[in-house]
Design a protein around this ligand. Structure first.
Ligand code: 6PG
Length: 630
């Protein structure tokens, strides 16, 4: 729910001035004040009067009451001030339930001596001075609070509170295409922003300033080129979302900002960082009491602007403090739920994003191979292929990447199709490479991702292979395939691509003890991200019941029914000299899984022959290892 109401929760030990400051603040802001003391049960008051400290169970109902006051105010979109000692972290959790992102914790901080002195002058209060020590004993100073020194005069305290609570809610670092679009998305959702972009003479000048100037929704944001004032412009705990280049630049920025941060602040990395870097950064920053969240963000520029898919991981406690900010900008699934979800600990969010990109690589390559067959073997013009893809996109093959390709194939520059003017050399930014390495390290045969990645690499070997390319003439085979066969082959290969991708996630979940929820990952991939598709909706159901796609009867039957078409497509394409690494890898994977005639027994025998590596026997269920003197 988008709400602008705020709960100002003044906390601190008894006698720290919560009521006085709360009333002053309420008068200044023109909003109601609630004194937590008024909500104690008669038995609690009796206990305190008798000088007996309250315990957790005494306080439970009272804290629930305070939570109720706050939530009622928020539902009515009404800001209120509440005074409550809220001494322990778990008390604050009870108070804050369903109010994340709407509470300012304002901690009135002072020495015991000063408070004792003030309590001595206090009349008609049931709390005896003797209980003060018990309050200090259990006080857990909250990192996530605005700290106000109670030795200051009252008006200065109120002014400081007003100043601090007026600061920006979120800092965005890096205003490239993605950072700027995310910032605009947050601003449109009412989040008060501070924007930082580094200054590089002649290269990155006035970036924040220009963004604020060029986009009306950013007009109220504050812009910075220096880290210190940027940090100071944020309310505590500071939440800083980085959208900068992965790798060294991310580490350099962390080093630069760290001296300006305080315990409890939260740094969020939304770039395509490597999951192991994220794990390392979480551990490093934890030692300095700074929370670090690594999050995958998918959807490109449009997704960032209108609703991306978001995959955060790291310390759960910190995630809960930014959850509302992520949910508010995320795309929504078909039931209106945000396509954002806590993925797990460590760098699991970046790992999941990395595999998302691996699946993306293979999805792209499959479309490219299908296009190549239709164009070069069947002789269809790009606009005709666009029509066909458009038709496919109306049904179960619907996907963002297919839809994008329709637009691509329709695009003309002068009389030419733009696609024909684009150099045949594919780039990459590294996530497909990492996905391939991780799959391999985890022992998962991700032939399709690897095939798609290597297809990009092959395309860069221009110098060494271009002569061979020119000599290679694509031969059309005598009979061409029906369009239904091409469609069925593409359908089958896509299912296999998803099976392999999710298998890597399953293996990583077991290996790293991440407890990944595959069904929920599929759900947050149904909208906002690059691989959103109708098939992904099916993945939600399949992974709800199974942890492997091929264990799903419906999917299994579909693959069996489609295999012949996949085979025909591969045979025809290869006979026509087409490169089809992804379709071929998918068919080969099925053949390997279903092969009656195994090959691994030969491998085992060879290993035992030259290295005495031993083998197991088919008929020995005990799993005993044998060695033969060959
Ligand atoms: C996304 C994309 C995005 C980026 C790719 C491009 O999910 O929004 O995956 O992250 O476009 O990383 O990667 P390559 O340059 O390697 O194709």
């Amino acid at each position: 729910m988008k709400r602008s109401a705020k709960i100002y929760l003044l906390m601190g030990v008894s006698g720290s001035g919560k009521t006085t400051i709360g009333q002053l603040l309420a008068a200044q802001l023109g909003i109601p004040f609630f004194d937590g003391d008024d909500f104690h049960s008669a038995s609690n008051i009796e206990k305190m009067k008798a000088g007996i400290p309250l315990d957790d169970s005494d306080r439970y109902e009272w804290l629930k009451n305070i939570n109720r006051i706050g939530n009622e105010a928020l539902v009515a979109d009404r800001s209120v001030i509440i005074a409550c000692s809220a001494l322990k972290k778990k008390y604050r959790e009870i108070i804050a339930e369903h109010m994340e992102g709407s509470i300012f914790w304002i901690f009135l901080q002072g020495s015991k001596e000063l408070i004792q002195k003030r309590m001595a002058t206090r009349k008609e209060h049931y709390m005896p001075i003797s209980l003060l020590q018990s309050q200090f004993d259990i006080l857990e100073i909250p990192n996530e609070s605005i700290k106000i020194d109670i030795s200051l005069d009252k008006q200065t305290m109120v002014n400081t509170i007003l100043e601090e609570t007026n600061k920006s809610t979120l800092g965005v670092v890096g205003l490239g295409v993605m950072g700027k679009s995310l910032a605009r998305n947050w601003a449109r959702n009412g989040v008060k922003l501070s924007l930082y972009n580094r200054y590089i003479k002649g290269v990155e000048e006035k970036v924040a300033e220009n963004a604020i100037h060029n986009y009306t929704e950013l007009n109220t944001a504050l812009g910075f080129v220096d880290v210190k004032p940027f940090v100071q412009s944020l309310m505590q705990p500071r939440i800083i979302f980085m959208m900068i280049k992965a790798g060294r630049e991310t580490d350099q920025f962390i080093d630069e900002i760290l001296p300006h941060l305080e315990a409890g602040d939260i740094l969020v990395d939304g770039g395509n960082s490597h999951y192991e870097d994220t794990k390392r950064r979480i551990a490093y920053l934890e030692k300095q009491q700074i929370h670090f969240i690594g999050t995958g963000v998918s959807g490109g520029e449009k997704g960032a602007l209108n609703g991306p898919s978001i995959m955060p991981s790291g310390p759960f406690e910190a995630y809960k403090k930014i959850e509302h900010l992520l949910n508010t900008i995320a795309a929504k699934d078909k039931n209106g739920k945000p396509c954002a979800a806590y993925i797990g600990p460590d760098g699991s969010g970046h790992f999941v994003k990395m595999i998302h990109n691996g699946i993306e690589y293979a999805e792209m390559q499959l479309i490219a191979e299908t296009y190549a067959y239709l164009r070069y073997v069947q002789g269809l013009a790009p606009n005709k292929i666009a029509d066909l893809f458009h038709e496919w996109n109306q049904g179960t093959l619907r996907s963002y990447l297919l839809e994008s390709t329709v637009h691509i194939l329709q695009k003309k520059e002068g009389d030419a199709y733009l696609i024909d003017l684009i150099l045949d050399v594919a780039g990459n930014k590294g996530t497909g490479n990492w996905a391939t390495i991780s799959a391999s390290e985890l022992g998962i045969p991700a032939g399709m991702i690897t095939g798609a990645l290597f297809a990009r690499y092959v395309s860069t070997l221009k110098e060494s292979v271009c002569n061979l390319r020119q000599q290679t003439v694509t031969n059309s085979t005598d009979q061409s395939l029906s369009l239904n066969t091409v469609k069925a082959a593409y359908t089958a290969a896509r299912i296999i691509n998803h099976q392999q991708g999710f298998l890597i996630l399953k293996a990583a979940s077991l290996e790293f003890k991440w407890d990944l929820d595959l069904s929920n990952i599929a759900r947050i991939w149904t909208n906002g991200c690059i691989i959103r598709s109708a098939l992904m909706e099916e993945m939600i159901i399949a992974f709800h019941q199974h942890d492997e796609l091929f264990n799903d009867d419906k999917i299994q039957q579909e693959i069996i029914a489609l295999k012949q078409d996949l085979k025909s497509f591969c045979i025809h394409s290869l006979a026509s000299d087409l490169s089809i690494p992804c379709h071929a890898a998918s068919l080969d994977y099925l053949n390997s899984l279903h092969a009656k005639h195994a090959t691994a027994n030969i491998i085992q025998a060879q290993r035992d022959f030259f290295g005495a590596h031993t083998y197991q026997k088919r008929d020995d269920v005990t799993g005993t290892f044998y060695h033969t003197e060959w």
